[in-house]
Design a protein. Structure first.
Length: 533
């Protein structure tokens, strides 16, 4: 198991230290090994280690015991300061290297440490740290930045303690690099806009408090046999909620059968719902069981139930009350066990007042109701929903490394979406289909109707004459990109009078994104860095 090597290592150290004359340190290692044995239930090993320790104690009884070494408080504080600085400096290989060497300078390895620095390396997007042994007995810790590499080599490492020290220092550096890379990746992906928590096959993301509460209500209703009536505008996700109820109910082993009450001809709705025998009416050449019987032991989803013909409504009410249906041409009623979920985008109050919908049917259907708000009333879900859809359609159309621009999401937020989620899905699908690998989706990929509000936004003040930057072409690309980024940041801060949030907006970044870029260059004052933490 994973603990066994620790037991072996600590017991070996205990033996060596005790034989070397440092019984106190040896006892500490023995105690660690015994604790590990107890944690995994190695009773035999535990007894063997205790016996070994007692024999060594008896053997070293005549020797002078070395008192425990006291750690100097100042030295401990300096070590912890270096560790803390390394953990927070994953953005700067120079600072990490400086503090790493400072840690090693306080050990007997000091005279064997060599530092090599190399600039103008091939560009690397994320920093890295790798510890590698060399055949001559050295250990090399390689730190890589965007275009810079620093190698810290320690020669002549032979003892377990020295190797363990170097491994621990390398672990600290690698943790710092990983934390920084994760933070910057999260910032690049999300920027101002959050992304979806997980990939999903559906076209809805439950992120707003209102939708999360409605989802919880749907899950609670799924455990019951009550019919559920879902209302809301077209395209708000009524069928998605119906499937959610089905998948979390005791009827999930059965089929989910959707039926659109407004799509079928009026004279055929009854036979399609309840079925018919062969010859029951002109054109009934074959016996048809009907969609209700097709959903036996499953869920029947009646979409647009508000458009159901008034002649069929009494039969549906009878089915809801006692679970019986009577197919056309059949002499006897049949018992069917089906969970019913209905949905409509019609105003049923108006339909009941006009006599187009039975009140007793509404009361039976609407025992449990879920009213889905339109997308314009839950725009806080648009960023996450757009991110989820972009990922979904990028996989579908084979587009790689697509990113979302702030203006793309801002334009989506300014539009009112009369077609709700269905319209948003089609808009994002079109934008992804028009993009190429590695593109950033911008407002220019949206249709004129969607982007109109974004284009009509008021621009405060008159734009200043554009300034230029001279870039030499006889230099590495990484250095040129770094210089351009530096000029852009300085120009934005100068134009906004040092106001970081406005400068970030001017650059199309989040405040956090600008902070990370400035921190990487050492441009963040200590007070501001402390505030952002």
């Amino acid at each position: 198991g994973a603990v066994d090597p620790l037991i072996v290592l600590e017991a070996s150290k205990g033996v060596c230290e005790t034989l070397h004359g440092d019984a106190a340190v040896g006892a500490q290692h023995f105690e660690r090994a015994l604790t590990a044995c107890r944690s995994v239930g190695h009773r035999y090993h535990e007894r063997w280690l205790e016996a070994t320790r007692e024999r060594l104690r008896a053997r070293a009884h005549a020797r002078t015991t070395v008192p425990p070494r006291a750690v100097n408080t100042t030295d401990a504080a300096l070590i912890l300061t270096d560790v803390a600085t390394i953990l927070g400096a994953g953005h700067s290989v120079d600072l990490m290297a400086l503090r790493t060497v400072s840690l090693l300078d306080g050990t007997p390895l000091r005279s064997r440490v060599r530092v090599d620095s190399e600039s103008d390396c091939e560009y690397q997007a994320t920093p890295s740290a790798v510890l590698e042994p060399v055949p001559d007995g050295s250990f090399c810790l390689q730190l890589r930045g965007s275009d810079r590499q620093i190698t810290i080599a320690v020669s002549g490492t032979q003892s377990i303690e020295e190797m363990s020290l170097l491994k621990s220092v390398a672990d600290i550096v690698q943790i710092a690099v990983t934390r920084t890379a994760d933070t910057e990746q999260e910032d690049d992906e999300q920027n101002l806009w959050p992304s979806a928590n997980a990939e999903t096959d559906t076209d809805v993301v439950f992120r707003s408090p209102r939708m999360i509460e409605l989802r919880n209500i749907a899950l609670r209703l799924a455990d019951t046999d009550l019919p559920v009536l879902i209302t809301g505008e077209t395209g708000t996700g009524k069928e998605i909620f119906a499937r959610l109820i089905h998948e979390h109910s005791k009827y999930r082993r059965g089929s989910f059968v959707p039926f659109n009450c407004s799509a079928a001809p009026r004279d055929l709705v009854e036979s399609q719902l309840f079925g018919h025998r062969r010859g029951a009416f002109t054109g009934a050449g074959e016996t048809f069981p009907g969609v209700i019987r097709s959903a036996e032991r499953g869920t029947l989803f009646l979409d647009e139930v508000g458009d159901l013909d008034t002649a069929v409504q009494p039969k549906l009410l009878r089915f809801l009350e006692n679970g019986e249906i009577q197919p056309l041409g059949e002499a006897r009623a049949q018992q069917v066990r089906v969970r019913l979920v209905a949905a409509t985008n019609a105003n049923l109050d108006e339909a009941m007042s006009a006599g187009r919908f039975r009140r007793d049917l509404f009361y039976r259907l609407g025992v449990a109701q879920i009213a889905l708000p339109p997308l314009r009333e839950r725009k806080d879900e648009i960023p996450a929903l757009a991110s989820s859809l972009v990922a979904k359609f990028a996989r579908e159309y084979g587009r790689a490394r697509l990113t979302i621009g702030d203006d793309f999401v801002a334009a989506l937020l300014l539009y009112n979406w009369p077609g709700n989620i269905r319209e948003l899905v089609n808009e994002v699908r079109r934008a992804v289909a028009m993009a190429a690998d590695g593109d950033m989706l911008t407002a220019g990929l949206l249709t004129p109707a969607v982007v109109a509000q974004w284009n009509a936004r008021p621009i405060v003040g008159s734009p200043a004459p554009a300034e230029g930057v001279h870039v030499r072409l006889d230099q590495p690309l990484a250095r040129a990109v770094d210089a351009l980024e530096q000029h852009f940041i300085e120009h934005a801060l100068q134009r906004t009078g040092g106001r970081v949030s406005e400068a970030a907006n001017l650059l199309g970044l989040s405040r956090k994104g600008l902070f990370l870029k400035r921190r990487r260059r050492g441009l963040v004052p200590v007070a501001e860095a402390a505030a952002d933490r």
